[in-house]
Design a protein. Structure first.
Length: 385
């Protein structure tokens, strides 16, 4: 693999000599697996706005640029803006694609704020690249929420990424049991080993799809053509209580995503459904007689004045249960991931968009229920000429 760092001019001028020296040493040692290069890059005002507020849009544009220009020389293109540009969400990095073909943004802002006193800039870039590779090295649904001093930690406190440099292995025991790609693991070990040798004083510090087919249907007077789409499509279905939804906000957010060409979402449907649930009613023993009277009244008058006042009640082993009506909102989102779905919002743009969609909508809910379905076939039915 060939990896190219695009460094903001200020960074390039300040660190170019050190970075170039490190990359030359690395290329001599591990060139059979990966080779590194760097060059300066001018981040214009639109680039900076996207990086601050919509990094996926920046990555999408760059990805499209490389496709249109047929620039296949480098497998991984890593953009590093100036230290004054804070990546959205205070993340260390964002990405699109996988280690064989990808575009990344790496935050030098985090380096300046948290890490500069611990390791040098070139080591930081290599450490971040190692973490990106780690996401694809093992079978893992999401990065660790609880820190394990492993490259696959989520690093809510971003400086925790340095903890791996104090461990014998760069991955935790659980990750080491599920190695998916030995070549990636070899690259990680070589990078971490190189960084450790440069900063050995840190060791004593505190741990910080199928082809398109065509079927002709011929009713009496109509000919239509079924065209399946290429690739795998998925349906993300979310169930939410209507009372916790602000529908106008939800419509606005989804419409904004669909209007954005860099969005991962291809379509959606939204509808209401009737439902119900049964819950135990905690009552004191002295109130049971009153509840029995209510039940009698409900049975006798439930078809008129008591219909909406007394819910159906059931009793079991001395406990009282009530049936509650519930109208729900169901949202189905259709998308086509570029690769295997990764459940870490930092890594996977699809999951990131979906989680951001509901971060403010479900203000009073601790959790919402979802299902993910791989669709057998997605396509269109068209009239034939």
């Amino acid at each position: 693999m060939r990896v190219l760092f695009y460094l903001s001019q200020n960074i390039y001028d300040k660190y170019f000599g050190l970075i170039k020296e490190d990359l030359n040493i690395l290329n001599d040692k591990i060139k059979s697996n990966v080779s590194f290069y760097c060059k300066d890059y001018y981040f214009n005002s639109n680039d900076i706005i996207d990086i601050k507020f919509n990094p996926d849009a920046f990555l999408f544009k760059k990805e499209q640029d490389f496709i249109e220009l047929n620039e296949e020389e480098y497998d991984v293109n890593i953009f590093v803006p100036d230290v004054s540009v804070n990546l959205k969400g205070n993340y260390i990095w964002y990405s699109r694609g996988d280690p064989y073909k990808s575009v990344l943004i790496v935050s030098s802002y985090i380096f300046k704020k948290l890490i500069e006193s611990k390791i040098d800039f070139s080591s930081y870039l290599l450490l971040v690249y190692a973490q990106f590779i780690a996401r694809y090295t093992v079978v893992i649904d999401t990065s660790h929420i609880i820190t394990k001093n492993c490259l696959n930690d989520h690093c809510a406190d971003q400086i925790e990424i340095l903890n791996v440099l104090n461990e014998e292995k760069s991955l935790c025991k659980d990750c080491l049991k599920d190695i998916l790609n030995d070549d990636f693991y070899k690259i990680i070990q070589q990078l971490i080993s190189f960084i450790k040798k440069k900063i050995n004083t840190l060791a004593n510090q505190e741990k910080i799809e199928s082809k398109i087919s065509k079927v002709i249907i011929k009713p009496e007077t109509l000919e239509v053509e079924i065209k399946p789409y290429q690739g795998k499509y998925f349906e993300f279905e979310i169930f939410m209580a209507k009372k916790c939804i602000n529908l106008s906000d939800l419509y606005a957010k989804i419409y904004k995503l669909l209007s954005n060409p860099s969005s991962e979402i291809d379509g959606y449907s939204l509808y209401e459904v009737d439902g119900g649930w049964r819950g135990e009613v905690k009552v004191a023993s002295y109130q049971m007689e009153a509840l029995k009277k209510l039940k009698t009244l409900n049975k006798k008058y439930g078809k008129n004045i008591f219909k909406d006042l007394i819910k159906p009640m059931v009793y079991k082993n001395g406990n009282c249960f009530a049936l509650f009506d519930e109208r729900s909102i169901v949202l189905k989102i259709i998308f086509k991931p570029s690769k295997v779905i990764r459940w870490d919002p930092q890594v996977d743009p699809v999951i990131r968009e979906i989680t951001e969609l509901f971060s403010k909508i479900t203000k009073n809910e601790k959790s919402i229920y979802f299902t993910l379905k791989e669709l057998y076939k997605v396509g269109s039915i068209q009239r034939t000429p």
